[in-house]
Each structure stands twice: as structure tokens, then as C-alpha cells.
Design a protein around this ligand. Structure first.
Ligand SMILES: Cc1cc2nc3c(=O)[nH]c(=O)nc-3n(C[C@H](O)[C@H](O)[C@H](O)COP(=O)(O)OP(=O)(O)OC[C@H]3O[C@@H](n4cnc5c(N)ncnc54)[C@H](O)[C@@H]3O)c2cc1C
Length: 226
């Protein structure tokens, strides 16, 4: 019997949608879109699969709450099951999608939004839903093409958009991991929220750095991609 999260995900109701668009926005990284049938709150996820026999995987919505379509951002895991199949889809193909859900929700209060890789997706939804005021976006990636939606983020955040690039250098980029950038900060703003989104390793390491710098645990909200 499936228990826990995987059991919960398998029981989600799924509806069939026609893929409206799919595009590769960076090497092995795609945005796919389909009709918005249900309202959602910025930061929520949907479960997606391509056929009943494959358990759905979760994807953060990266489009704004008032847009006509729902979009998600994903990268191909070459040893994974679903993401290579999603990347091979064409416009008009059928996908199965759950209604949106989740508690990693943005609001209008000051916060730092911290992401690694495709973990930037929920923040793009929050940005496009009007929640970018008083925010700093710190995004980590290995290569200079890892900063998905870079132009949009630059327009929205200016100097409050920190791109931490660990394996390449480039104009305007911090050369190093986002955890190094965080360690170098003398003082972190108190009393505000810190949102963390990405792999479990990144979330745990960032959480430890924040706590070591005096951030209270109840000011840290995490979304772990596994
Ligand atoms: C809340 C949440 C939100 C998410 N949002 C996003 C998002 O916006 N964008 C995004 O790209 N991803 C997101 N993810 C991750 C996504 O759900 C999938 O995990 C990802 O796309 C990989 O799916 P896959 O089927 O290709 O890989 P899977 O087949 O699920 O495999 C994933 C990895 O685990 C390894 N693996 C599989 N089974 C085992 C095993 N038994 N033992 C050891 N290793 C194993 C595989 O080799 C692979 O590297 C999110 C996850 C969560 C939980």
C-alpha cells in the first residue's frame, strides 16, 4: 500500500488537458502550458503525468494567477521516468493534471526568495501575480544559462536580483554558489520571511546558514523538490 506523500499524489484526481505550448528555454529546460481551468494561489503546484500507469510528479506553477494558461518549468532528468517523456511532448498532445494545491504561498510582506535551478518557478508565479515588491530574489545555478526568465527578473528586481553562478563567470553574476553568497552577508534582515525552493541538499544547507546568522526558524518556509 502506498502511504505518505506518494500515496497522496497517486490519489489526486487528474483531468486531461491538451498541451497548448512547449518550448526549450535553456539546455534541457522547458516551459509547458495548458488552459487554466482552476484558480490557484501563487506558489502552488500541480501533479502532472502523461499516462495513468506513470505516477504523477509535482511541478510548481510558474505563470501568474490571472493569466489564461497555467505554465510549469521543468528540466530533464535523464535517468528519470517522467521528465524525458514531458520534454518529448508536442503541442496538442494530452497530459493529465491535478487541480493546483500546496502551502508554499507568497504574500505582500518583505521577504527573500531563494532558489536553486528550476526552484525559481514559484517565485515567477508570485512575481507575475503582483507580489514582487519588497522582495530580493537570490537564484543559484551552475552555468550562465541557468538563470531562467533572467530578463523578466532583471526588469522586476534590478539590484535585488542576485544570480549566483558556481561553474562559470559572467557579467553581473556572483561567481560562486548561492550558499557562499549567503555566508558572505554580514547581516540578514530581521523579522521578514525567507523562502527556500530547490533540492533537499540546498534547502537544508541554506536553512542552516540562515539559522546560524540569527534568522528564526519560523521565518523560514521551504519547498523541497525531490
Ligand atoms: C513540491 C514539488 C515541486 C516540484 N516542482 C518542480 C518544478 O517546478 N520543476 C521541476 O523540474 N521539478 C519539480 N519537482 C520535481 C519533479 O516532481 C520530479 O521529481 C522531476 O521532474 C523528476 O521526475 P522524473 O520522473 O523525470 O524522475 P524520477 O523517475 O522521479 O527520478 C528522479 C531522480 O531520482 C532517481 N531515482 C528514482 N527512483 C529512485 C530510487 N528508487 N532510488 C534512488 N534514486 C531513484 C532518478 O535516477 C532521478 O535522478 C518538484 C517536486 C516537488 C516535490
Amino acid at each position: 500500500m502506498d502511504t505518505g506523500l506518494s500515496g497522496f499524489i497517486k490519489k489526486l484526481p487528474l483531468e486531461v488537458f491538451k498541451l497548448k505550448s512547449i518550448s526549450e528555454i535553456s539546455h534541457d529546460v522547458f516551459v509547458l502550458s495548458f488552459d487554466k481551468k482552476h484558480d490557484f494561489l501563487p506558489g502552488q503546484v500541480v501533479a502532472i503525468t502523461v499516462e495513468k500507469t506513470i505516477p504523477p510528479r509535482l511541478y510548481s506553477i510558474c505563470s501568474g494567477k490571472d493569466e489564461k494558461d497555467i505554465s510549469v518549468l521543468f528540466n530533464i532528468k535523464h535517468d528519470g521516468i517522467l521528465s524525458p517523456l514531458l520534454a518529448a511532448l508536442k503541442e496538442g498532445d494530452a497530459i493529465m493534471v491535478s487541480p493546483p494545491f500546496g502551502a508554499f504561498l507568497g504574500d505582500e510582506k518583505p521577504a527573500w526568495w531563494i532558489a536553486a535551478g528550476t526552484g525559481v518557478a514559484p517565485y515567477r508565479s508570485m512575481l507575475r501575480s503582483g507580489l514582487a515588491n519588497n522582495k530580493k530574489l537570490i537564484h543559484g545555478g551552475r552555468t550562465t544559462d541557468s538563470f531562467y526568465f533572467e530578463n523578466e527578473m532583471l526588469d522586476a528586481f534590478n539590484e535585488n536580483y542576485i544570480r549566483c553562478c558556481s561553474q562559470e563567470s559572467g557579467e553581473g553574476l556572483y561567481n560562486g554558489r548561492l550558499t557562499n553568497w549567503l555566508r558572505e552577508q554580514q547581516q540578514l534582515p530581521a523579522g521578514q520571511m525567507y523562502y527556500l525552493c530547490g533540492s533537499s541538499e540546498m534547502v537544508v544547507e541554506v536553512r542552516d546558514i540562515l539559522i546560524s546568522k540569527g534568522v528564526e526558524i519560523d521565518k523560514i518556509m521551504s519547498e523541497i523538490y525531490f
